[in-house]
Design a protein around this ligand. Structure first.
Ligand SMILES: NC(=O)c1ccc[n+]([C@@H]2O[C@H](COP(=O)([O-])OP(=O)(O)OC[C@H]3O[C@@H](n4cnc5c(N)ncnc54)[C@H](OP(=O)(O)O)[C@@H]3O)[C@@H](O)[C@H]2O)c1
Length: 323
């Protein structure tokens, strides 16, 4: 089969189209013929090997895994003897980032736990845009943030892969949503349901005096103390991603910073369960969420899709058709 293999850290130029062995599913695995894959921030981090300290996990001198691609949608072609959930011919989608990636290829073999049946009527390309970003938004807002109807929620970094789902999920959960991104994305985030919009290039929301029940730092560019002052009593700041110093600060000092406060800082480090993905499927089928796909690419153009996400500020997701 054909796959984009990378053997050194760097830009999208390190992704080389290569003929490799088609995988054979182990007992607990299923073999998927991949129809579409989307690009995630996780692919970029692994490709670049940054921040460097993460190379302790990614492979110190060279990448430990060689085929990236976390979010896939495809058709089950074969199943291992102990695989119970799916049978050949099932249309599935899900994410592979907890099981070694592998989606930048024509086929992947993976365990069943982070795959679910693709709802009929949702095209493969749309399904591939959904899993990791929507799960991250759901985990931040519902599982960790426990949003209640009527609460005020600010999403810092609202127009990218995670943020576009976060707006829709927060609205579904009944929140009043403030979206923060650059001005060119205002129409998009409002169309997804945002009640208020702040352009981070002109306005620092942490200085406005307005307070929120929950702030999701999808791109957490502010110091933790600034987030804390923008939270109401009992408010929660959830660190999803952002600049490396903010991520490490939240991981190392998040709990200590709120020791004598009724506010909380939570770092999102969860992994999804099948039931989370089933819930997401329900939201998709009922039209409560829809993926925002800014760009679509062919398999030959896959490095361009990765380059676009690496260099630019995508609105929603970039998706690659494979088969
Ligand atoms: N913790 C987890 O489990 C988990 C899982 C998945 C992803 N993540 C992390 O989540 C983060 C976001 O991922 P993504 O895929 O949504 O990224 P993305 O698609 O690149 O989106 C980034 C968003 O941040 C905005 N932004 C850029 N600079 C900003 C600033 N200074 N202040 C506020 N917003 C700013 C962008 O707006 P403009 O485009 O308008 O500039 C865009 O809305 C990444 O750091 C990723 O590693 C974490």
């Amino acid at each position: 089969m054909k796959a984009y293999v990378y053997r050194e850290y760097g830009s999208a130029d390190v992704l080389k189209l290569t003929e490799v062995e088609k995988p054979v599913p182990k007992d607990n695995e299923v073999l998927i013929k991949i129809m579409a894959v989307s690009v995630n921030s996780a692919d970029i981090r692994y490709m670049r090997g940054k921040p460097r300290i993460f190379r302790l996990m990614f492979g110190f001198f060279k990448p430990a895994i060689n085929i990236l691609g976390a979010d896939v949608a495809g058709i089950v072609e074969a199943v291992g003897s102990a695989a119970k959930k799916f049978k050949p011919g099932d249309e599935v989608y899900g994410f592979l980032s907890d099981h070694g990636f592998g989606g930048f290829a024509e086929y992947v073999s993976t365990t069943e736990d982070q795959l679910v049946k693709k709802p009929a009527g949702i095209p493969f390309e749309e399904a591939a845009a959904v899993p990791l970003a929507s799960y991250t938004a759901l985990a931040a807002l519902r599982n960790k943030g426990n949003i209640q109807p009527g609460q005020s929620v600010l999403i810092n970094g609202a127009s990218g892969g995670v943020g576009t789902f976060a707006i829709q999920i927060a609205k579904y959960l009944g929140a009043e949503v403030t979206a923060v991104s650059s001005s060119g994305k205002e129409e998009l985030v409002r169309s997804l349901g945002a009640d208020h919009f702040i352009d981070y290039k002109t306005t620092d929301f942490t200085k406005s005096g307005r307070k929120y029940d929950l702030i999701a730092g999808v791109n957490g560019y502010h110091p933790l103390s600034h987030y804390l002052r923008s939270l109401k009593d009992n408010g929660i700041y959830i660190m999803v991603g952002g600049k490396n110093p903010q991520i490490f600060h939240a991981l190392l000092f998040g709990k200590v910073s709120t020791l004598f406060s009724n506010k909380k800082i939570i770092c999102l480090t969860d992994t999804a369960t099948g039931s989370d993905l089933d819930f997401i499927s329900e939201l998709l089928v009922t039209g409560k969420i829809k993926p925002v796909i800014e760009k679509r690419y062919s398999f030959d153009e896959l490095p361009d899709a990765v380059r676009y996400c690496d260099e630019g500020h995508p609105a929603g997701k970039a998706v690659v058709r494979i088969n």
